[in-house]
Design a protein around this ligand. Sequence first.
Ligand SMILES: Cc1cc2nc3c(=O)[nH]c(=O)nc-3n(C[C@H](O)[C@H](O)[C@H](O)COP(=O)(O)O)c2cc1C
Ligand code: SF4
Ligand code: SF4
Length: 244
Amino acid sequence: MNKIFVFSGTGNSLKCAYLLQEQLQETEIVLITSKNIVSQIECDTFILIFPIYAYDVPSIIEEFLKKSIIKAKYISVLVTYGSTCGPTYQIIKRLLPLNYFNKIKSIENFQSIFPFPKEKKINKIKKETQIKINSIALDIKEEKKFHIKSFYFLTFIPRHLYNLFKKTKLFTNKTNKKCTLCGLCQRICPVQAIQQKDKVVFDNKKCLHCQRCVAYCPLKAINFLLVTNKTKRYHNLEIEIKDF
Ligand SMILES: Cc1cc2nc3c(=O)[nH]c(=O)nc-3n(C[C@H](O)[C@H](O)[C@H](O)COP(=O)(O)O)c2cc1C
Ligand code: SF4
Ligand code: SF4
């Protein structure tokens, strides 16, 4: 039995998990959330998929790897990313003895900084993702030992800057007047960082800035950084709220 453990904010990583599941036999997908951290994992092939955040491993993945005892014949890690992975391989190999590490170029979901992707780009990445997953699936079936090369030089700068900014109010989600207190964002947040009483309140210490609430709020009522009420929000079009 193969197991894919996946963390995904806006669906890119989850879509990769689905595509890989189609290619491999007897493969179970488990979504990583703060409520669903499994301590004992036993399987033939263990596959971990997550997005890169600021050249780094998201904190929920670090927590997951620190709390889990993984017994598997073959361990692989796949990351989705928008532009540059930084030294993620060096970081992850300290947390997990892995046989395989690969990256999958995806659409950048950090919409506060990057422009909303054009349809042409979305379609191009979709095709490339399928090709990349096909080749990764072959590697995994053959239990190939491989890791992409990544460089460390100066890559600590974005990680440290991000960690500094994360502590400030600038990096806090905010709701606007459109919010109807429907409760959806609270339900879908993977780390219970949202409380809803007479208004929606975000716990910035817990928030991963995964963009899920920002992207899936049906009224575009959540703003983050420079995202304004009118700006489009990106999520993988093939992943719906019910998938999380
Ligand atoms: C907070 C944050 C930081 C990010 N930092 C990086 C980065 O350093 N390098 C990069 O290539 N992409 C970065 N991205 C883009 C995501 O890694 C990419 O869009 C990923 O596919 C999203 O996966 P998901 O849809 O499964 O959440 C970042 C996204 C977010 C939300
Ligand atoms: S999903 Fe949007 S509308 Fe619903 S409570 Fe959250 S911010 Fe408000
Ligand atoms: S509050 Fe929103 S951005 Fe933060 S972790 Fe929850 S869903 Fe992700």
